[in-house]
Write a protein that binds this ligand. Structure first.
Ligand SMILES: [Zn+2]
Length: 175
């Protein structure tokens, strides 16, 4: 997945805001954590280029292991039980879910090692044939890129809807 991770995090955050209006954490914080969590696994590209020198697929790193995000989620649940301040636990939970969402979206046409580190086997739902050069052109011309565009459009729609609602509220409040 190329362009839809940040918009998917935005949609996730908006869904949480809508479903849990009394969550007690600021809307802004939920949005930031949702978006950052949804792109965070790809931070391993830095390691891939700068340290590993492209020796291994970056999806084989810890940041792209589903178990890493599940462990974070469990940590968040434990924190929410025992920590004095629950807000950190809630944000950590949102971060973990957003990271997990990233891996689910990556699996559409990308390899994800779902049972790493125990099973060295990658899984993907669909395969993009290498029909064009350079390699990324095959991805951009594949139907799955339409899914990415749809996610982006949905995020833009929800964003505009919220902006218009805020604008209406401001206008209403100013009267
Ligand atoms: Zn990724």
């Amino acid at each position: 997945m190329f362009i839809a991770h940040a918009p998917s995090g935005y949609l996730l955050a908006q869904a949480i805001i809508k479903k849990c209006p009394n969550i007690g954490v600021s809307t802004k914080a939920i949005l930031w954590v949702g978006i950052i969590g949804a792109i965070f696994p790809d931070i391993d590209m830095l390691y891939f280029y700068l340290i590993d020198h492209r020796q291994h697929h970056h999806h084989t790193y810890l940041t792209h292991w589903p178990i890493s995000w599940l462990v974070l989620l469990v940590l968040a649940l434990l924190l929410s039980r025992w920590a004095a301040s629950k807000n950190l636990a809630k944000l950590l939970g949102i971060f973990a879910v957003a990271g997990f969402l990233h891996l689910m979206l990556d699996t559409l046409v990308g390899d994800v090692w779902w049972f790493a580190p125990w099973v060295d086997q990658s899984y993907r739902l669909f395969t993009v044939e290498a029909l064009y050069k350079p390699w990324w052109l095959s991805f951009f011309l594949h139907w799955s890129f339409g899914v990415e565009l749809l996610i982006c459009l949905a995020a833009a729609y929800v964003y505009l809807q919220n902006r218009m609602r805020d604008f209406d509220l401001e206008q209403g409040g100013g009267r």
